[in-house]
Design a protein around this ligand. Sequence first.
Ligand code: CP
Ligand code: NVA
Length: 308
Amino acid sequence: MTYRHFIDLWHVESAELRAILDEAHRMKKARAGWPKGRVDAGAPLEGHTLAMIFEKSSTRTRFSFDMAMRQLGGSSITATSSDMQLGRGETIDDTAKVLSRYVDAVMIRANDHSDVEAFAEAASVPVINGLTDRSHPCQIMADLLTLEEHGLDLKGARIAWVGDGNNVCASFIHAAPKFGFSLAVGTPKRFAPDEEDLEIAAELQGRIDLFETAEEAVAGADVVIADTFVSMGDTDAERRLEILEPYAVTAELMELAGKGAKFLHCLPAHRGEEVDEEVIDGPNSLIFDEAENRLHAQKAILRWCLDK
Ligand code: CP
Ligand code: NVA
């Protein structure tokens, strides 16, 4: 069986990522107007089952992967790690080897990125990163699909990230050299992106500009992206909210971006915290197309992983 893991964008060749996005666009168009539970023509993953393991909460990832498998003609099984022996100390290796005997692919949302890497190492089926403390690659594929649908040519586009240089930001940093957009990141020094991610982008000749203010980062941007100031697993909420307050995306901040600049947020959002209501619920916000596109992007990722 040919299979590939989908753990981080920088592991995947640019041409393959491009092909995944193209396939996502194609599949989405092909089923426009259909009931959501109808199986795609040709049922490309008929007979295939995805296991989903969650160590943290999820709405979008959980429902979109389940519907992705249904639309592809397959099925999924979901468990939280605390439902599993994994939560009582069974090793990642043993869990990966056992699940590889039952299912055709595994999606994991984990606290610790290295656990997903260890799972993939031990598994003999594809493993997909459904968010870790370090990255969220499926989210970025959905975001890029959304921007293209709204007419943005990613090559040469200027995308601005403001707030916390977190896991979602890291995957944007990995994506920049792969898709040829430049990324301007505006964060306080304390919450700047990881050096390791910046080194990866530099090695791949990506253009990442770091700023200490949101205003500098968004200047002339085609897209402004925000995320929660307190991610799952963060234990210093009060301090974060205080330090990150000047990085909130307000209507005034959006004025500094390019004319008609779009707004993205992976959700869940905290209106009045990292973004003002008039921005996130305004005409240039693409958040619900973005959420929908988790489904379409992940269908293409699943097919790529399973070579189907
Ligand atoms: N954006 C995202 O991953 O949402 P969930 O946490 O609801 O899965
Ligand atoms: N950065 C957020 C993203 C949630 C989808 C978190 O990790 O909680």
